[in-house]
Design a protein around this ligand. Structure first.
Ligand code: SAH
Length: 354
């Protein structure tokens, strides 16, 4: 796919013509990753954050949020629950929390790997190569780190450096891959100041990185952030500004599927937040093959407010489990068995053996 074609789809408004995009993405999904929907249990284990991202409610400068950090036993308990529910993966996510020591994290990973058959995915933000290596050795399988936007000047504005250190998430993804992690990345759609051209470049970036996992969702304004409280100030000219709406998210999921046919792509909670009744289903019907049921204990979950009014926030892990499985079956799809490793990984492992 070239830039012109991507841009044409991003600007397409005719529902009849868009049907062709949805069909092509759904077919590519079926042919390359099949009808299984893989479940990744999400544990949001700390909402402490040292960074000051302009978009995120966990940012250091937000005094209105009550901070928590789960204990080792609590995290391992959630992983056991993931295994009991039959999930293949547990995703450990947090703010960028310097008090999470590398050694402590390695022990948590080791305990989960020795007690359960789960794949472990980490999403702790930007850490040192040494720490990534330590966690990989402890058994971590995958790492999620969104590039958020491929527009460098917009990125620097919304994701300021920490202690003057510039951040290069694309370079970190390269390091993670060289260590043997499956890598996941992606962007938000409709960030104030983000244009249609920027989103086209994001899809090309996804294609270039040949990602194992692609996570993307709509930007949702959080009033306790600079970007959320002053949205209008940051907007690009109206004909250029990418809208933070459902439709563009479906287009991006579909284009991401066509860009990296074998990738694992979740239908995200942010999408379900914009359309609670069928956002997740439409994502799954337009290219996605993964959902991430939330396992975070309810007393913590309400405080992991990266954006407000998140879907499923008052549910228990059991309720999320039942609800998501029902939705997947209603679509005529199957629950994924096993870890749901990336096709890219499976193929390269097979080539290595042969
Ligand atoms: N600290 C980790 C995890 C962040 S939360 C990290 O920085 O990688 C996971 C994702 O939530 C982020 O990568 C971002 O894309 C998304 N996110 C954060 N704030 C958001 C908002 N206001 N609207 C939509 N998505 C948001």
């Amino acid at each position: 796919m070239d830039r012109r074609e991507i841009l044409r789809w991003l600007r397409e408004e005719d529902p009849g013509r868009l049907e062709a995009l949805w069909k092509a993405a759904d077919q590519a999904r079926r042919e390359n990753v099949g009808d299984e929907v893989h479940l990744r249990g999400l544990v949001e284990f700390s909402n402490h954050c040292a960074r000051s991202c302009g978009y995120c409610g966990l940012r250091a400068g937000n005094p209105k949020i009550s901070r928590y950090r789960m204990t080792r036993e609590e995290i391992i308990g959630c992983a056991r629950q993931a295994a009991r529910f039959g999930y293949g993966t547990v995703v450990l996510q947090s703010g960028e929390d310097p008090q999470i020591e590398a050694q402590w994290m390695a022990e948590v990973i080791r305990a989960i790997k020795s007690e359960t058959p789960l794949a472990v995915t980490l999403s702790l933000g930007e850490r040192s190569a040494q720490e990534f290596e330590q966690w990989r050795r402890a058994g971590a399988d995958r790492y999620l780190l969104r590039f958020e936007t491929s527009n460098r000047s917009l990125y620097e504005r919304i994701h300021p450096p920490l202690n003057g250190r510039p951040t290069d998430r694309i370079a970190l993804l390269g390091i993670l891959r060289s260590m043997g992690y499956e890598i996941g990345s992606g962007m938000m759609a409709g960030i104030p100041g983000q244009t249609y051209e920027d989103l086209a470049e994001d899809i090309l970036t996804i294609q270039r990185l040949d990602l194992d996992m692609i996570g993307l969702g709509p930007y949702i304004a959080h009033p306790q952030t600079p970007l959320g409280s002053l949205t209008a100030l940051h907007q690009a000219p109206p004909e250029e500004q990418a809208p933070a709406i459902e439709e563009i998210t479906y287009k991006l999921i579909a284009l991401a599927r066509l860009a990296v046919k074998t990738a694992n792509i979740p239908s995200t909670t942010a999408l379900a937040t914009l359309n609670r009744s069928e956002g997740r289903e439409l994502g799954l019907a337009r290219g996605a093959n993964v959902v991430m049921p939330n396992l975070t204990p309810p007393q913590y979950r309400v405080h992991y407010e990266i954006y407000p009014a998140k879907a499923c926030i008052y549910e228990t892990a059991e309720e999320c489990n039942t609800c998501l499985k029902r939705r997947i079956h209603a679509l005529g799809r199957k629950i994924g068995a096993g870890r749901g490793d990336s096709q890219r990984r499976i193929l390269s492992a097979a080539a290595g053996r042969g």
